[in-house]
Design a protein around this ligand. Sequence first.
Ligand SMILES: [Zn+2]
Length: 386
Amino acid sequence: MGRTDGGADYQQHCKPGLIRRLGAAWGAMFNVIFTLDYEIHGNGEGSPHELMVEPTRRLLDLFEKYGAKLTIMADVAEILKFKEYKEKSGRDDYHHGAIEDQLREAIRRGHDVQLHLHTSYFNARHQDGRWLQDWSEYNFAGLPLERLSEVVRVGKRYLEDLLKPVAPTYECVAFRAPNWSVCPSRNVVRALVENGIRIDTSVFKYGRREGIVSFDYSDAPSELVPWLADEDNMCRRNDAGKLMEVPIYCERRWIGAFLTPNRAQRVLMTRNHRITTAYHNGGDAAAVRPTLATKVIKKISMLTCLHAWKADFNQCTGRQLVGALNRASLKYAGMADELPFVLIGHSKQFTRANERSLRPFLEFVSADKARCRFAKLGETTVHWRN
Ligand SMILES: [Zn+2]
């Protein structure tokens, strides 16, 4: 469930230097936050039942065995398309009813639901059993302020109308951009703040992309400690800012750390559902394919450079995540009394194998109560020392 205290209280909480003791006699207390991007394949293919509802049901059941909390980042742009399809056709082929039931049920069971928006779905067209997206709206951060503000408003209102009847104190206060696209930040920060969004969790330090969406988060203030974002640059700390960036935990690691069976499965899935740049008004579907030279350079740098390794609970093993939390604990011992440790996942990637490999991490967090606990994104506040 979302935060229940008011804006003034939030501002107060976010002032640097404010410290609240939480009982841990030493080191930081880590709020372990599992965020789940709740969506179908990026190219508009796939069944919401298979990719969203069924894996999320298993995830909720698994989490509850350990007292863990899930924060579902619901892609409202897709969900609204599924709703429109149902209303126009009279058929619920995209399981809109089951999706809404699941989101309500998650809140009822004490989990959280916050906002994710793949804007290219707002003008999407249904054809031959898949969604042809509007690629002109694919790059979130590239949209004009008025459009960004409109889509955030629509998304927030949808979640609150859906979930307040279940929990009257529910608020949609947190956001994750599609494809981590918050660069350039100027319009994004304004659109979020204008609509009462207080938390963004799109940035992961060391992250870099070049393509339809481009960003470079190398200069982000931290891989773990939240900051109030400057309205012109999400990666610059400004203590007068109104939006708190709660980064997805990330480390720079050698390619070997990425070799897990779950990640291999993800690569296969991406390959089978490759994104094309066919515009919604019907152009030829041309796959986005790099040149040979680009491929070679990419392969060499893959082997020699360090890469952004996100705390991805689908692709990392539970043991790897335990290691990451231990490293964070050592690095930030004594720095703060309470720190969020944000993990990312995708419902479509939650396989049976993943279910098994994640257990050691869930066991670790539930057992080490002096050092960590499960938390929800919407309840994040910051208490740090300068
Ligand atoms: Zn997404």
